[in-house]
Design a protein. Structure first.
Lengths: 232, 299
């Protein structure tokens, strides 16, 4: 317990001079692995946990490392954006380039070294957001680069930021538009990605981001770690 | 709902009786008036401990362990209050599967006294929240979310007052702006009111009602580089708030921070991280006489 004594006079104004608060012994109590638990509470939780077990404890893949969340870019941000990009583009022929842009705040947990279960992908991506393609004019790219530099980094695939500019693989002067593969939440201006509202949404699919990630993780079997810095 | 109201009224009655006895006991023993405040934030449906292979917090957290700790502290201390600063929902399959019902049941079992709503508590819409709330026997305090044009009308309250050992404790809740954070359809015609202006009004009201201490449960976030409202900005730009129990930014504060308010009076701000990894604890003595001229002493 943190040994501290906070003495605060709350005498000003409305309270009488003798009325003071003494704040002491403030602490942050960690609930360690070994801490005791209440068995009755555990009994309440157990039937809920058991009823989900068949679905959530299903094996999906193995992770060779800890996939972590760190701005400006990290192996987990790369893995998620790459998995979605590959999942969406591997069977289509595109007449203009595409890249994937998601949000850092949308990734809610790490993927830890070892076996990856269905529940782990639910923790990583608990939202039921659906995959959305947005077509934007190339003229909007500087605004997207500025957004990424301001926030300090978001999951990005098939594109990177260099010297303050966004570079989209395959983009040349003949292209007037690019596709961005993202979520319906962001396409609707979530997390202040207001530039999406200036594009035209191609389609908000019924497939959730999570389902696409589960599909790719299952396909990879051993999750691919790619550690390149995409904001540099 | 009726059953819930009945239980709440019944428990208020019991609290009233207990209060009388405590008052007598105190007069006879001249015990110190000590209040213990316990708090969590951003528990995000983490009902089980984090997995053992978690790189940062292996095996930490978990409701059954939190409940044991709360029970232990309650057995040691006479006057305990337990609060949550929002984002109870979203983060584990428990929420995807049971839509917040288990979270509310367990918070009720742990004896939470009040909570405020975080942005993720809107993730299944207002109807989803109301459905889960049927399991909650504690009030949700939201003073700057005006729900009067929505189905949530009457389901939350701006503030509440607790009576513990002769102490009067005013508590109100402040929420973050949902625009660009939560899909509009999830909160409908809820009107967002300026958090700092509202906090000032709430704190003034609770002070006028004679509260000895005013606590804000906030889901604004601890501090930003830009000028978005935060706990620190709120502390600086208000008066009459003594303690802010924060959330939203998942900030781990080893110890609370102090910020001077508009009157130059220090405000204590705390936050416990996320996922129920920690339980915050703040002990307050009411009857010790002020010792030195300086308003703050940290040892």
């Amino acid at each position: 317990m943190t040994k501290m004594l906070w003495i605060i006079c709350i005498g000003a104004g409305l309270m009488s001079c003798s009325s003071h608060l003494v704040l002491h012994q403030t602490s942050l109590i960690p609930l360690s692995k070994e801490a005791v638990f209440v068995s009755e509470t555990e009994e309440v939780i157990k039937p809920y946990r058991d009823s989900m077990a068949t679905v959530m404890n299903k094996h999906v893949a193995y992770s060779p490392c800890n996939f972590v969340l760190e701005r400006p870019s990290s192996n987990l941000m790369n893995w998620v954006a790459d998995a979605l990009f590959v999942n969406q583009t591997k069977t289509v022929r595109l007449s203009q380039p595409a890249f994937c842009l998601l949000n850092f705040g949308g990734l809610r947990a790490t993927l830890n070294k070892g076996e990856i279960l269905m529940g782990d992908l639910y923790k990583l991506m608990p939202f039921d957001n659906t995959i959305t393609w947005v077509e934007i004019p190339v003229g909007l790219l500087p605004e997207i680069a500025a957004y990424l530099l301001k926030t300090g980094g978001e999951p990005l695939s098939n594109a990177y930021i260099e010297n303050g500019k966004i570079v989209v693989n395959g983009l040349n002067e003949n292209h007037s538009h690019v596709w961005i593969i993202t979520s319906d939440y962001l396409a609707n201006g979530g997390d202040n990605m207001l530039f999406f509202k200036k594009g035209s949404t191609y389609s908000s699919k019924t497939t959730t981001l999570r389902d696409a990630l589960i599909e790719e993780a299952t396909y990879q079997e051993n999750l691919l770690e790619i550690i390149d810095k995409r904001i540099r | 709902m009726e059953r819930r109201k009945f239980i709440r009224n019944a428990s208020l009655g019991l609290t009233g009786l207990a209060f009388v006895h405590q008052g007598l006991g105190q007069a006879m023993n001249a015990k110190s008036k000590k209040l213990t405040i316990l708090h969590t934030n951003d528990t995000h449906s983490n009902i089980d401990p984090l997995p053992d292979n978690h790189p940062k917090y292996p095996g930490m957290g978990g409701v059954a362990k939190r409940h044991a700790l709360i029970k232990k502290i309650r057995s040691e201390e006479q006057h305990v209050l337990l609060f949550d600063a929002g984002d109870i929902f979203q983060g584990t399959p428990y929420f995807n599967t049971f839509k917040g019902h288990l979270e509310m049941k367990l918070m009720t079992a742990m004896g939470y006294d009040a909570a405020t709503m975080g942005n993720h508590d809107f993730d299944i819409g207002l109807d989803g929240f109301i459905d889960a709330q049927t399991h909650a026997d504690f009030p949700f305090l939201c003073s700057n979310y005006d729900f009067s044009n929505t189905i949530m009308e009457g389901k939350t309250q701006a503030h509440t007052i607790f009576y513990k050992g002769g102490m009067k404790i005013g508590v109100f809740g402040i929420g973050v702006n949902l625009e660009s954070l939560v899909p509009n359809a999830n909160y409908g015609k809820m009107i967002y009111k300026d958090p700092i202006e509202t906090a000032n009004q709430q704190a003034a009201t609770l002070t006028e009602k004679g509260c000895d201490i005013v606590i804000c449960l906030s889901h604004l976030g601890h501090e930003y580089k830009d000028d978005r409202p935060s706990d620190r900005l709120m502390a600086k730009n208000t008066r009459n708030i003594h303690l802010i129990l924060g959330g939203h930014s998942h900030t781990f504060l080893e110890k609370p921070v102090l910020e001077s308010n508009l009157d130059g009076v220090p405000v204590l701000i705390n936050q416990t991280g996320w996922a129920g990894i920690n339980l915050g604890r703040i002990d307050i003595d009411f009857d010790q006489k002020f010792v030195k001229g300086n308003s703050i002493k940290v040892e």
